[in-house]
Design a protein around this ligand. Structure first.
Ligand code: SF4
Length: 113
């Protein structure tokens, strides 16, 4: 994919959770699922890199979750995550992500701790 795609959309549980150029997705992923995905697949440009699987299993899509579908597997999940689907955050003209971690309110909360 890195050799043939100009733009990439990353899907989880039937939703597009991150979009960006090839460079943005491969070198600056922002959604925890995208990061986990990239850590779990072999890279041809790195020798001996350890593969780290994403813990847990995908949600049951016959009974889809109300909030972010990645909540049960996400190391950054917050209280809001399983209650409300995250709003889209535009990181650049071409890079977008659906994740509460990118929301300005979450950033302010984390900065205040
Ligand atoms: S919205 Fe919450 S659970 Fe979903 S990916 Fe972002 S931090 Fe993780």
């Amino acid at each position: 994919m890195a050799q043939v795609a100009d733009r990439i959309a990353v899907m989880y549980a039937g939703k597009i959770v991150e979009t960006g150029t090839r460079r943005e997705i491969f070198y600056n992923p922002q959604h925890p699922y995208t990061k986990g995905l990239l850590n779990s697949v072999p890279r041809l440009d790195v020798d001996g890199a350890e593969l780290i699987p994403i813990a847990g299993t995908p949600p049951d899509l016959f009974s889809p979750p109300v909030g972010c579908p990645f909540t049960a597997r996400c190391p950054y999940a917050m209280e809001v995550c399983d209650k409300v689907y995250p709003t889209a955050t535009k990181l650049s003209e071409s890079h977008g992500v659906d994740c509460w971690f990118q929301d300005e309110r979450a950033k302010k909360l984390l900065a205040s701790r």
